[in-house]
Design a protein around this ligand. Structure first.
Ligand code: ADE
Ligand code: ZN
Length: 340
């Protein structure tokens, strides 16, 4: 089988997405439609002007634009429409399960009630399950540029809605905001019986990965691509089977790697790390999960076994039940058996 046959298989294979920010799926068309619906002016003349601003040189340069665009999200219906638009694209890429980040503080800081955000996202998840049979869960991410006390106040609000929050994460500006800043916050999340994840080793150093594991109890590391800079950290991730939710297009668009061919993904795979592919903020970084697969294919020409492993890791690393995981992996195996 050639690498391009393997690519076709990878595009069609069933897979899970474990690292996508719902606010990062806001396409320019929807942003302007919501701005019109809500009578808000975006600081860009039109969709083309907004897209022209998608030239990032760092995580922060992206986050500034991402938070500004989120201002168009105001009503329960807006959050529902955003979720549905993502699920439609994800399902078209073969995603059958998604664990989706949302950033409530981005919205509550603007006076949008927590329940409006959650109800709308949940409406979208229910409708997406009906339309496309895709399963989705929500992971609440705390913004690490805020104080731990602000995050604890958000957690207190989240505790009123725990049945609809599957886990907790940590995102936003990594440099200067180490995991150690949030040890109390995540101790409480764990007390609530929820799995914890954290962005670490994206722009920040490998020590932030160690802190996320030791001080936050993270069960997956989001990005973690800089683990290759410290062999001891990488060894530990491999030994303890800690999944890394890798986002290739994000990493090149935010200049974590200057070129896809420099990405650490092949080194992580060669070391035996439990990695899978994800889209992070697909509206801003050039595409959804299959666009990431295409970009990785062009750089590395992975074989069928490697694509199988990436998809299998995506299911194994999810926070779904063992029965759900087994059913999804059986579906993956059937797909590959038929195609080989
Ligand atoms: N929020 C949205 N995308 C992010 C990323 N790639 N890193 C940190 N915070 C984020
Ligand atoms: Zn992310």
């Amino acid at each position: 089988m050639t690498a391009s046959d393997a690519l076709s298989l990878a595009l069609g294979m069933p897979k899970a997405e474990l690292h996508v920010h719902i606010e990062g799926t806001l396409e320019p068309e929807l942003a302007f439609a919501l701005a019109r619906r809500n009578g808000i002016a975006l600081p860009y003349a039109d969709e083309a002007a907004l897209k022209a601003a998608y030239a990032f040189d760092s995580l922060q340069s992206f986050l500034d634009l991402y938070y500004a665009c989120a201002d168009v999200l105001r009503t329960r219906e807006d959050f529902r429409d955003l979720m549905l638009a993502y699920l439609e694209r994800a399902a078209a890429d073969g995603v059958i399960h998604a664990e989706i980040f949302f950033d409530p503080q981005t919205h509550t800081a603007r006076g949008i009630p927590f329940a409006t955000v959650l109800d709308g996202l949940d409406d979208g998840l229910a409708e997406g399950a009906r339309r496309w049979g895709i399963s989705g869960r929500l992971i609440l991410c705390f913004l690490r540029h805020l104080s731990e006390d602000e995050c604890l106040a958000t957690l207190a609000e989240a505790e009123l809605h725990l049945a609809r929050i599957h886990g907790f994460g940590l995102d936003s500006s990594e440099r200067g905001h180490p995991p150690s800043k949030f040890a109390r916050l995540f101790a409480r999340c764990r007390e609530l019986g929820k799995p914890v994840v954290a962005h670490a080793g994206e722009e920040g150093p490998p020590e932030y990965i160690t802190e996320a594991l030791d001080l936050l109890g993270a069960r997956r590391i989001d990005h973690g691509v800089r683990a290759v800079d410290d062999p001891a950290v990488l060894d530990r991730l491999v030994r303890d089977r800690i999944p890394l939710t890798v986002c290739p297009l994000s990493n090149t668009r935010l200049c974590v790697f200057q070129d896809m061919r420099e990405h650490s993904l092949p080194r992580l795979l060669a070391a035996g790390a439990k990695v899978m592919l994800n889209s992070d903020d697909p509206a801003y970084f050039g595409g959804y999960l299959n666009a990431n697969i295409r970009a990785v294919h062009e750089a590395f020409h992975f074989d069928t076994d490697t694509w199988y492993r990436l998809a299998r890791n995506s299911f194994e690393a999810s926070f779904a039940s063992d029965a759900e995981k087994a059913a999804w992996i059986a579906r993956l195996d059937t797909y590959f058996a038929a195609a080989r």
